[in-house]
Write a protein that binds this ligand. Structure first.
Ligand code: 3HC
Length: 707
């Protein structure tokens, strides 16, 4: 298979990268490209070379799959291509469309000139994969735009739009359209080859490292030490960041070739590191999510108008999300106070965006106008989708859907934002159960990236396809779940909270348990999370489903009796004080520790010494065991889907890859042995994998259902 096409135009060799869908610069492509560049270099009839991408994109960089394969002595990488470009005396121009990312940008930085279309974004996002730019990026970008800017771009992995990239000096020319791109690149190549404009050959490698505007060379060590301080510790998700800064330090200190060698060594170290394997898993797991067996050719509907029932916190957040995606939305609520509060939230939200410089007043006004508040259900007659976000009561929800079914056009989709109730029961009051689906957003809906799409027993493939398309339009990470209690995320969080409560009854302070969770990388511990979501919420669920609640601590009931409902009442498992962390910082409360001790005594639980290691195991292994049940029951499709739910919805540290990936990392057998030791009922699937000494990652899609 060929990945490269060449063509000579007026003495310029046009080399087209063609490796669909994103022209990743794989080992195979690089192997083909090296001799082609060498041949162009040696050919006297070739005055200059232009690189261009097929498939509407320049390149998304190295092929991420290659990092998990062992190279042979014959393997050629993008680094070999770049070294060949660097050695040549010919003029090289990169003609960039849509994206030059990672190795794609690095290839273009080895060229003498870069031309791009106006809709292009360039960046070095390797850090998001637990890597550093390993094909010269850490050495060339600081030489081109200054070390401070380069560090900022690389440490955040942020993409830069064409106009900004030109201003920074990354791009030389920006053209309006893809049609004009190649001609502009050819003209530039020919001008420079003739030496008309006096620029000619322009290798970044020959330049000195710039530090930043107005910064003297003496500041280099300061920039480096500051950068190390700004990123998380090595064992807290910052492993790649520190190595990246080391590579940039090499750019200051060493001649270019030595810097490149240091960068390559650091890159290889990262490519073999556990956090990078985990983050690469997350990258691919995210891209698997929408691949649903049986969805086949189902053609999704367009969503042009939406409706939301309920102007509470959730409904308002969902409405803002629609508005931001450019979809007009009507919010139905008959409570004037709730509507007034919602209006203020919407206004405050868009004004904040204006203040931050993310949109103009006019844009904010327009977005505000696209949210219409009304108490008239008839406004929804034309809606393509209506999402119910009313009080979590089956009776109330059924009434809402019966009403909607009579008003919304027959092809309109009806959706519930419930987090625990049975969506089939809701669908049963409508004449369109095939067009019924669960869309479970997380609070605050306009910020949290996760969306659980819940498939009912009659939800059609087309409805599901539409829900996934909608998720993408709303810029959410959408994961499929079946209609099981708590779906994926909340079902798992119950077991996590149960494990935390049991530890507290054994005499470990909630503060210590939370500290262990945070040290692992969660943004907050289980008790602070309980306080944030509301103790009453957990209490209601426990009342509704005693089977699920079995084994949870009775301290929850006591807290509800004491009206300690969490952050909203300034007291829950912890105390809160307006003067400490704006009322959001948990403060240890001995009264609650005493409450746990009382409950423990009642149940005959004796206090004991527990190591931090065991605390962590109890919390995370509870998630893994439940995750295994969910896979077996077919609630979640793949281990990766569970990982994404937990990372995007509950703050599981991405550098540990999600609970199921973490199980593989520490060994499923080890997890199983501990689950048995803790006296929990192990999921049969966990047992099966442990006995086979296998991994969750090795399970193939679909194989698990009804295992
Ligand atoms: N390697 C391998 N596969 C890649 C890839 C890459 N760098 N980038 C994208 N893909 C694959 C995806 O897995 C997906 O495959 P699938 O269709 O089988 O699921 C397909 O290409 C399309 O990707 P998206 O679904 O993400 O398509 P979008 O149009 O939404 O986004 C994109 C396109 C913005 C290019 C996005 O894919 C992206 O951000 N890619 C990753 C960029 C990146 O991280 N590059 C750095 C690579 S590491 C590197 O270069 C190391 C070097 O320094 C040595």
């Amino acid at each position: 298979m060929s990945f490269i096409r060449t063509e000579d135009r007026d003495g310029v060799r046009v080399i087209t990268l063609d490796n669909p869908p994103v022209n990743s610069l794989s080992f195979a492509l690089s192997g083909e490209l090296v001799p082609i560049v060498e041949a162009a270099d040696k050919d006297d009839s070739v005055k200059a070379v232009v690189f261009v991408g097929a498939n509407g994109i320049f390149s998304a960089g190295a092929d991420v799959n290659d990092f998990s394969t062992e190279p042979t002595p014959e393997t050629r990488t993008i680094r070999d291509v770049i070294a060949t470009v660097e050695r040549s005396n010919k003029i090289f121009v990169a003609a960039i469309q849509k994206n030059a990312l990672g190795g794609g940008l690095e290839l273009s930085l080895a060229c003498d000139y870069r031309v791009a279309t106006a809709d292009t974004k360039v960046g070095l996002p390797e850090i998001k994969l637990g890597l550093l730019p390993g094909a010269g990026g850490t050495q060339r970008l600081p030489r081109l735009i200054g070390a401070q800017d380069a560090l900022d771009m690389m440490l955040k992995g942020k993409n830069v739009k064409a106009a900004d990239a030109k201003e920074k000096g990354i791009l030389d020319e920006v053209v309006d359209s893809a049609d004009a791109l190649l001609d502009a690149a050819l003209a530039l190549a020919l001008r420079q080859a003739k030496g008309d404009t006096g620029g000619g050959k322009r290798r970044i490698s020959r330049r000195k490292v710039e530090l930043g505007k107005g910064i003297t060379a003496q500041a280099a060590p300061f920039i480096v030490s500051q950068a190390h301080k700004m990123v998380p510790a090595e064992d807290a998700g910052g492993f790649a960041a520190h190595k990246l800064i080391d590579a940039v330090e090499a750019a200051f200190e060493l001649p270019f070739d030595f810097g490149i060698a240091r960068e390559a060594r650091l890159f290889e170290e990262l490519a073999r590191s556990a956090p990078s394997f985990a983050l690469r898993h997350v990258f691919f797991a995210e891209r698997e999510l929408a691949k649903i067996p049986g969805l086949g050719d189902a053609k999704p509907h367009d969503i042009k108008r939406a409706g939301v029932i309920g102007a509470g916190t959730m409904g308002t957040g969902i409405a803002i999300t629609f508005a931001q995606a450019g979809i007009p939305v009507a919010v139905i609520d008959s409570n004037a106070d709730a509507v007034e509060k919602a209006r203020q939230t919407v206004f405050g939200m868009f004004m904040y965006q204006v203040q931050k410089g993310r949109m103009t007043q006019e844009e904010a006004w327009k977005l505000g106008q696209s949210i219409q508040f009304t108490d008239d259900y008839n406004e929804l007659a034309d809606a393509d989708v209506v999402i119910e976000a009313v009080f979590e009561s089956m009776d109330v929800k059924k009434q809402v859907f019966a009403k909607l079914d009579a008003i919304v056009k027959p092809e309109g989709i009806l959706a519930s934002n419930t987090s625990t109730l049975d969506i089939d029961e809701m669908a049963s009051v409508t004449k369109r159960p095939d067009k019924f689906v669960g869309l479970h957003f997380f609070v605050p809906a306009n910020i949290m990236p996760l969306l659980e799409i819940v498939r009912g027993k009659d939800t059609s493939a087309q409805t599901l396809a539409t829900a996934f398309k909608l998720g993408k339009a709303l810029r959410k990470t959408a994961v499929l779940s079946t209609n099981a209690f708590g779906f994926i995320g909340n079902r798992m969080v119950f077991d996590y909270a149960k494990a935390a409560g049991a530890l507290a009854e054994e005499g470990i302070s909630p503060m210590r348990i939370d500290r262990v969770a945070k040290k692992f990388g969660f943004p907050m511990g289980p008790f602070a999370m309980g306080d944030l979501s509301g103790i009453d919420v957990a209490w209601h669920i426990a009342k509704a489903r005693p089977d699920v609640a079995k084994g949870r601590t009775d301290v929850i009931d006591r807290l509800v009796e004491m009206k300690r409902l969490g952050q909203k009442t300034m007291a829950g498992y912890f105390k809160y004080d307006k003067s400490v962390g704006k009322g959001r910082e948990p403060i240890a409360d001995p009264e609650i520790e005493a409450l746990f001790a009382e409950e423990a005594k009642k149940h005959g639980v004796a206090p004991r010494e527990v190591s931090d290691e065991e605390i962590l195991q109890r919390l995370v292994f509870a998630l893994i065991n439940r995750g295994a049940y969910l896979l077996e029951e077919g609630v979640a499709l793949r281990p990766g889907d569970i990982d994404i739910v937990y990372i995007f919805g509950y703050g599981f540290p991405p550098h540990h890859g999600g609970p199921m990936w973490y199980a593989d990392e520490v060994g499923v057998k080890h997890v199983y042995d501990k689950v048995v030791e803790f006296g929990w009922e192990p999921a049969p699937l966990l047992k099966k994998i442990a006995e086979a000494n296998g991994t969750f990652a090795a399970l193939k899609q679909g194989e698990l259902v009804n295992a």
